[in-house]
Design a protein around this ligand. Structure first.
Ligand code: MEV
Length: 440
């Protein structure tokens, strides 16, 4: 029977586990065993993980895989990917190899501006608010100097602050809409600290502004927060080759393949039901690298999907064309990433992943992540428009089914060999396991 509890966060880890297993589990010892088997034997490492969040009871493992052979702007990368979906790393590796033989990926950072807003209510004359803002803008920046000094030394900081009239949407609603350059930091803490300082200054200075009537002086701050919509923190990734070079077997010509591939992209451009799945495949690659490098995949997801709807209809993030016999496949995508601060200097596996990527700057990481997304989409569309997706998916899923049946190494080897030439379905695998076990 569920029950509520007060002061849970103050309990020790073992008391938290006691309460959970006694409240929710019939086999308390088994539940404890499952939780504890994921604890690290290295106490310091476990403590580090315990302290990332509140109420940690164990660790949740995801596989960390690598996809080698990514040639990006003539540099070779092996890309780390943290993901549970069986076919993603295999698909990335396959796409990397395909494009390695055709000149690799070309990327470029288009812009790196991030946004934050102070949302406030002002009851009065907009012209007076404008006058007040123009007079106070330099003080907003000046009062934030303690926060911005280090970032400015490195070449970043506040780019601009605008006053925005939002009263067409909500009565008396205005914004300070600020733009920032946060260099190698994702910048969430930096931006939020600046915004909260802007809000304080705005409120205090309004009380002192002679041009306002008494009611106009009372600016009401609703909230101050960065935006995860970053359409001006944009990166482009692209592959291209001669149409005839696209074929890597004798069955489908480069031209047939290219045309079918472009049709598939066109469908995702116009049909939202398809676009969501198409973009989900892109996010398979993006999230896996974002997670492996200790970045905030929820922020990236939110920003990317908003960008995919920027013209008022959800659409494909990738595009493809043939021009003068050249096939080009590309994507522009907003990515606010960091390679300093946050988990990047705390989580040992994140540090390792970044070292594997030649310790990239945030700009370099944007390009690597975009490539992982483009490669993933290429691999998915290539399968979808040729063999169908299930062939590759089920091949990778085979091991999951074998593990469900607790197959031993010998059984795994025999059955994997059998399915090299047979179609993998759940029932066919079960049948093969049963046959093998009866034989023994
Ligand atoms: C599965 O995780 C991703 C795909 O559905 C993407 C796509 O359909 O393009 C294969």
């Amino acid at each position: 029977m569920s029950k509520s509890i007060t002061g849970f966060s103050k309990l020790s880890k073992s008391k938290k586990i006691d309460w959970i297993v006694e409240t929710y589990f019939s086999n308390t010892e088994e539940a404890k065993r499952v939780l504890k088997q994921y604890w690290s034997t290295d106490e310091k490492l476990q403590q580090l993980h315990d302290e990332f969040i509140e109420n940690t009871i164990t660790n949740y493992y995801l596989p960390l895989g690598v996809a080698p052979n990514f040639l990006i702007n003539d540099t070779l990368y092996t890309i780390p990917m943290a993901i549970e979906e069986s076919s993603v790393v295999a698909a990335a590796s396959k796409a990397a190899k395909f494009w390695l033989e055709r000149g690799g990926f070309k990327t470029r950072v288009i812009s790196t501006t991030k946004i934050g807003q102070v949302h406030f209510i002002y009851k009065g004359d907009f012209n007076k608010l404008k006058q007040f803002f123009n007079k106070t803008k330099s003080k907003l920046i000046q009062d934030s100097k303690a926060i911005t000094a280090n970032m400015e030394k490195r070449g970043g900081g506040i780019i601009d602050i605008e006053l925005r009239d939002k009263t067409d949407d909500i009565n008396d609603y205005y914004q300070l809409h600020a733009s920032f350059e946060t260099l190698d930091a994702m910048g969430a803490n930096f931006i939020n600290s600046c915004l909260e300082q802007f809000a304080k200054t705005l409120k205090n200075e309004a009380l002192l502004f002679d041009g306002f009537y008494a009611e106009e002086k009372q600016i009401d701050i609703v909230m101050s927060i960065l935006s995860n919509y970053v359409p001006d923190c944009l990166v482009r990734a692209e592959v291209s080759c001669k149409v005839e070079d696209l074929s890597d077997n004798d069955t489908v010509s480069g031209e047939v393949f290219a045309n079918k591939f472009i049709q598939a992209v066109n469908i995702a451009e116009v049909e939202p039901y398809r676009a969501v799945t198409h973009n989900k495949g892109i996010m398979n690659g993006i999230d896996a690298v974002v997670l492996a490098t200790g970045n905030d995949f929820r922020a990236v997801e939110a920003g990317v999907h908003a960008y995919a709807s920027r013209h008022g209809k959800y659409s494909s993030l990738t595009h493809a064309k043939i021009e003068n016999g050249l096939f080009t496949f590309w994507m522009e995508i907003p990515l606010a990433l960091g390679t300093v601060g946050g988990l990047t200097s705390l989580h040992p596996l994140v540090k390792l992943a970044l070292e594997l990527l030649h310790k990239p700057s945030a700009k370099e990481l944007m390009q690597i992540v975009a490539v992982a997304g483009l490669a993933q989409n290429f691999a998915a569309l290539r399968s979808l428009t040729t063999t169908g997706i299930q062939q590759g998916h089920m091949k990778m899923h085979l091991m999951n089914i074998l593990n469900q049946f607790e197959a031993n190494d010998e059984e795994k080897e025999t059955i994997t060999e059998h399915f090299k030439t047979n179609t993998v379905t759940h029932s066919a695998v079960v049948e093969a396991i049963n046959k093998l076990r009866v034989k023994k």
